[in-house]
Write a new protein. Structure first.
Length: 289
């Protein structure tokens, strides 16, 4: 049975921003995944936020009544990308068994996800739900001083970082092509956000960490919420949407004009980086099913 995936940003289609067109490689890769019989595994809808007459996105505010199986939510807003009604509908969607991937970026970018049930508590920002450890309330990325914490520096855009599985290797980190069968890399970014497993969510745990290239600090990359029998669906909280966007899979794809950091071309010249990104995406889609 074909799974229906909605890939959704939290901003309208603004050309000089992280609109849905900047995630086209992810969309195409998911659409190209096929089962053993050669049939497509996923039907993918990719869209930016649309505001109806009452300010709600007409699809998101009724996502729990839709026939989508998964929602991949890219919170690329400055804090106002989701309304309370939309957060409630997304929370109901997962409570009914829908799969949910929620990602954001540095500082307060994407902080509108804080009101999502369960998964929202896994995301830490500068002004909302900061990391519990106050020692981490300081910049990690020192090259872009105007971006405040959290901003973990895993490397340049266009590079990829070595990752460390935490605990038992989670299914989304399996990679039969890698040494030991474990995924080795994710795309890098100069200033990733912060995620952790909420203390009051027993189904959640950190599954992968990275290391800052400036301070050596270890930080969380992904938190998994296990699906509950007859209840909530599987979910992932990811530290940055740059693990998935075109610019980080191929910097030649370009980026918004406000991105000032010089990119790397390593992910273009070393095939291991993109292969790992593709494997991670396929694993995510399968696990969220």
């Amino acid at each position: 049975m074909v799974e229906r995936i909605l890939i959704q940003t939290t901003i309208p289609p603004i050309e000089d921003d992280w609109h849905i067109g900047r995630f086209s490689m992810l969309t195409d890769h998911l659409r190209g995944l096929k089962g053993a019989d050669g049939a497509a595994l996923y039907e993918v809808t990719a869209r930016d936020r649309a505001a109806g007459p009452e300010g709600f996105d007409p699809l998101l505010v009724e996502i729990d009544q839709s026939d989508f199986d998964q929602l991949w939510l890219f919170a690329v807003d400055s804090g106002d990308g989701l309304t309370g009604g939309e957060c409630a509908a997304i929370s109901r969607f997962r409570a009914k068994g829908g799969g949910l991937m929620v990602t954001r970026d540095h500082m307060d970018l994407g902080s509108s996800v804080c009101n999502l049930g369960g998964v929202g508590k896994a995301h830490h920002f500068h002004s909302q739900n900061p990391e519990p450890d106050e020692a981490r309330h300081k910049p990690d990325d020192i090259d872009t001083p105007e971006i405040l914490w959290p901003n973990y520096h895993s490397g340049a855009n266009g590079d990829f970082q070595a990752i460390t599985p935490e605990g038992a290797v989670h299914p989304v980190l399996h990679d039969p092509e890698a040494p030991g069968g474990v995924l080795e890399f994710l795309p890098a970014h100069p200033h990733e956000g912060a995620v952790s497993a909420p203390a009051d969510e027993p189904s959640s745990r950190v599954i992968a960490t990275g290391v800052s290239q400036t301070t050596g600090a270890r930080f969380n990359l992904a938190v998994a919420f296990e699906p509950q029998a007859g209840g909530a669906g599987a979910a992932i909280a990811q530290s940055t949407f740059h693990h998935f966007c075109d610019y980080n899979w191929d910097p030649r794809a370009g980026c918004p004009s406000f991105v000032s950091e010089p990119p790397s071309d390593r992910i273009v010249t070393d095939p291991r980086g993109l292969a790992a990104a593709h494997r991670y995406v396929a694993n995510l889609a399968e696990w969220l099913s």
